[in-house]
Write a protein that binds this ligand. Structure first.
Ligand SMILES: [Zn+2]
Length: 336
């Protein structure tokens, strides 16, 4: 058996919110890729799926967390305790996750309101920003100590040189994909999904120009010899290069929209987000959470354009205003 998708749904158990965890066969035992939210019913379901497959928990040797988000990391500590599996995460995501793991009460909130204000978020919506900052805290793993903290661009699973963990930042700073070179499979986490365009949502906790990192990381996986992509949501698919091109095109269009939005003058990320097209529907009808995601996505595109010199920004009264660069550097106007 090469790989087994385990569906770890959460709450409503609808397909879209489910995390797909996978098993990869090792010389001795199994490697699990991702888990699910830290939730008793999710854990029970995972255990019963393993039982149905005839795989005892004790046969799990490693658990790779592709990125720190709770739908991927949440069950790590329960799995580790029950199985003895060693947990792997990249340093750049562990730096964020360890605050949640240590139950620091304010880690998501320090600096949040100032940051939101700087985006031009109106006072009436700041409460919602604050609320999302506290959401999901209980769904992270508790007391987790990783056993292998990855550094740098590429690592292999110890003793399994064909299982390459490739750093693919963007969706999170330390996101990794697992490439099974001998079986030509890519466990893509949330880096490449078949229909959803992964959120590139900078926050006060993440680094500058995540979109630039993400586009580079898409180009990094595109040439891999892959017959099957095994993403953490939706469903497996085969057309990696084509899907990467579609996502690159999506961002190219969004960048053009942001540039067009700035043609009428300087703008905050918030004001700009309200003027571009979003798949979830018109801005006025959007629920607050989606507006927050939209403004963060817009910021990702602004930072990308700023980093290549097409856009400049300055702070006025603690709000960051972006405008088109009247004299952009030559050659800096493409994301290809
Ligand atoms: Zn996810």
């Amino acid at each position: 058996m090469l790989r087994v998708p385990l569906v770890v749904p959460f709450m409503e158990r609808d397909e879209a919110s489910a995390t797909l965890a996978y098993l990869a066969k090792l010389k001795d035992g199994w490697l699990m890729v991702d888990s699910g939210y830290n939730d008793q019913s999710a854990f029970d379901l995972l255990r019963s799926q393993l039982e149905a497959l005839g795989i005892p928990l004790q046969d799990l040797r490693w658990l790779l967390i592709t990125h720190y988000h709770p739908d991927h990391s949440g069950l790590a500590q329960r799995i580790k305790e029950a199985s003895g599996a060693r947990v792997i995460i990249h340093q750049d995501d562990w730096e964020i996750l360890q605050h949640a793991v240590s139950q620091a009460q304010t880690w998501t909130l320090d600096g949040l309101v100032e940051w939101a204000r700087s985006l031009g978020v109106p006072p009436s919506e700041l409460d919602e920003f604050y609320r999302t900052g506290t959401f999901g805290r209980m769904l992270f793993p508790r007391g987790l100590e990783p056993d292998l903290i990855l550094q740098g661009d590429e690592n292999v699973i110890p003793g399994e040189d064909h299982l390459r963990m490739i750093l693919t930042p963007g969706h999170s700073p330390g996101h990794v994909c697992l490439y099974d070179e001998s079986r030509k499979m890519l466990f893509s986490g949330d880096h490449v999904l078949v229909e959803i365009t992964p959120h590139i949502s900078p926050s006060h906790l993440t680094s500058y120009n995540q979109l630039g990192q993400y586009l580079d990381a898409l180009r990094k996986v595109r040439p891999l010899d892959v017959q099957m992509v095994l993403p953490a949501h939706e469903r497996p698919f085969t057309h990696l290069a084509q899907r990467v091109d579609e996502i690159l095109e999506h961002h190219r269009q969004r960048l053009a929209e942001v540039i067009a939005g700035l043609s009428s003058g300087p703008s905050t990320p918030w004001a700009l987000a309200s003027s571009v097209h979003w798949d979830v529907g018109p801005w006025e009808d959007m629920v607050a959470t989606n507006r927050l995601l939209a403004v963060r996505e817009t910021l990702a595109h602004l930072q990308f354009l700023e980093s290549n010199g097409q856009v400049v920004s300055e702070e006025q009264d603690q709000v960051r205003l972006y405008r088109l660069n009247p004299s952009p550097a030559r050659g800096g106007c493409s994301n290809t």
